[in-house]
Design a protein around this ligand. Structure first.
Ligand SMILES: Nc1ncnc2c1ncn2[C@@H]1O[C@H](COP(=O)(O)OP(=O)(O)OP(=O)(O)O)[C@@H](O)[C@H]1O
Ligand SMILES: [Mg+2]
Length: 231
């Protein structure tokens, strides 16, 4: 993939059961941009993120990642470049040990075992979870799970990172680590967060979502001011 962009063009999405969660979402994130996705609970942030790698597909409109329209057919290819940290780490961790969870992606990519080992060690070290590698993911604390979930994405060395509440439940030290990881990531990054300090620190641009619409898009300090003035 040569251009790591994400483009939403007039995306509508209704969940089975009929709730219309997205109602004409359009934006474009270009290569290397770090963008915060802000909005109240239930505004549509997670729904937007789940469209960036084909876990959800638009009811109407299109999502394009690096020149590839996201469809059921292209989703596996798109997932190789878009690394997604889910809001709930239990949706992401399913192997018997932390080490196996972090190795799962690189093994699936067909990498040599030595390279897989290197990536697993590197990813666990970066999130400060080396000591957890033999533990069962489902027995970890909320913050530990969140750190390990991030490691499963880092080990795939994605071209684009999409993160849903990456600092929720993290203590100060873990939050600092995650902020450093994001700031060192050179490619595009879309981060849904309620952590306004994180958005301010890491993302020059923010997109504000309300009721399934993009209501504002621009420099983060301005968008935060607008957001806090309307609640
Ligand atoms: N699986 C689902 N089935 C039906 N409706 C859903 C489902 N998931 C989310 N919704 C609805 O879609 C809307 C958008 O939800 P979404 O999870 O995208 O919000 P969000 O902005 O991520 O909120 P939060 O800040 O609480 O994480 C909400 O009204 C929610 O109730
Ligand atoms: Mg959400």
């Amino acid at each position: 993939m040569s251009h790591h962009f994400i483009e939403f063009d007039n995306v509508y999405f209704s969940y089975p059961g009929g709730h219309e969660a997205l109602r004409g979402v359009s934006f474009r994130i270009t290569h290397g941009e770090k963008v915060a996705l802000l909005g109240l609970n239930g505004s549509g942030k997670s729904t937007i993120l789940l469209h960036t790698n084909g876990l959800l597909l638009p009811t109407r409109g299109t999502v394009n990642v690096g020149g590839i329209p996201v469809t059921r057919r292209t989703a596996p290819e798109v997932r190789r470049s878009v690394g997604m940290v889910f809001q709930n780490p239990d949706d992401q961790l399913f192997m018997p040990t932390v080490e196996e969870d972090v190795a799962f992606g690189p093994l699936n990519m067909g990498l040599e075992i030595e390279e897989v080992r290197r990536r697993v060690a590197d990813a666990l070290q970066r999130v400060g979870a080396e000591d957890l590698k033999q533990r069962a993911p489902f027995q970890l604390s909320g913050g530990q799970k969140k750190a390990v979930a991030l490691a499963t994405v880092l080990s795939m060395e994605p071209d684009i990172m999409v993160m849903d509440e990456p600092t929720a439940e993290l203590d100060l030290r873990a939050r600092r680590r995650v902020a450093d990881i994001i700031s060192r990531f050179n490619h595009s990054c879309l981060i849904a967060t309620h952590d306004m300090d994180l958005a301010r620190e890491l993302c020059p641009r923010a997109i504000l979502v309300a009721d399934g619409y993009v209501t504002a898009d621009g420099p983060t300090p301005e968008i935060i001011k607008l957001f806090t003035s309307v609640i």
